[in-house]
Design a protein around this ligand. Structure first.
Ligand SMILES: C[S@@+](CC[C@H](N)C(=O)[O-])C[C@H]1O[C@@H](n2cnc3c(N)ncnc32)[C@H](O)[C@@H]1O
Length: 243
């Protein structure tokens, strides 16, 4: 499905940061294509994870990829789809999956680290461009970790948690599936609690403060979380079950 420029949702974040050096450029050119989702058509479990997986999870805006790479290692029999626009972050995820860092000699055929299963697929663009290709009730979990907070009132429309995106999240998540949101920003926290409480397709799973002020059991720390902790901010972890 080809979208014209005018159909495309506007993306307000960064697509590129510091210069991507040699090893990571090679990873983007030679390794990323092996993990990329098919470029067209509805996603099918059999096509993207032909080995068979118990669950399929999506991480939206995986940043440098620590959480995605960690979850994929911890759950070798689950399949993970990561969506990210930021090229430097995508290159970093490829580095975590292959063990190749700057300064390493580059092998002819770059492959996954031996301890890893082939259970990560990447969509290297705006997740909103993928939504229409994801079948109903396709996913067991969706992670949205430390999304850009866009704290100014006039930028509120850019926040990822919004009615339009929630419509798609509710559609592609299985009943009983979990939508996990983490944030360290008080504006985004209040915004998310309000948006989610107005949506009767989701149920907040927290029973007491401990449930959302502490990392969930199967948590893997992210770069933005570490930055927040260094700077004295306390993240919250909000799990919503699709009813
Ligand atoms: C603040 S960073 C957090 C990164 C990571 N989750 C972490 O905790 O370290 C937010 C990330 O979401 C990505 N992002 C924002 N909107 C996105 C979208 N619509 N589709 C894919 N990625 C998106 C940005 O490029 C950015 O890397």
């Amino acid at each position: 499905m080809l979208l014209t420029t005018s159909d495309k949702p506007k993306f307000f974040g960064r697509r590129k940061g510091r210069i991507i050096r040699k090893a990571k450029t090679t990873l983007l050119e030679s390794f990323l294509p092996k993990l990329r989702l098919p470029t067209d058509g509805k996603l099918s479990k059999e096509d993207i994870f032909p080995q068979g997986v118990q669950k399929i999870c999506l991480e939206i805006g995986f940043g440098d990829g620590q959480h995605l790479a960690g979850q994929a290692l911890n759950h070798p029999d689950w399949g993970f789809i990561g969506a990210e626009v930021f090229q430097n972050g995508i290159a970093n995820l490829c580095s975590l999956l292959t063990g190749i860092k700057e300064g390493n000699e580059l092998p002819e055929n770059i492959c996954l680290l031996p301890e890893r299963q082939d259970n990560v697929r990447i969509f290297d663009d705006d997740i909103r461009l993928l939504f229409a290709r994801i079948p109903d009730a396709f996913l067991d979990r969706i992670y949205l970790l430390f999304p850009d907070p866009w704290p100014k009132k006039r930028h509120a429309g850019r926040r990822f948690v919004n009615p339009e995106n929630l419509q798609e999240i509710a559609r592609i998540l299985k009943p009983g599936g979990i939508f996990r949101i983490a944030t360290d920003h008080k504006v985004y926290k209040a915004w998310t609690l309000r948006q989610m409480s107005q949506d009767n397709r989701f149920r907040w799973t927290a029973r007491c403060g401990n449930d959302w002020k502490h990392e969930p059991q199967d948590w893997v720390r992210t770069k933005y979380q570490m930055k927040a902790l260094r700077e004295g901010r306390r993240p919250v972890f909000l799990d919503y079950e699709r009813i």
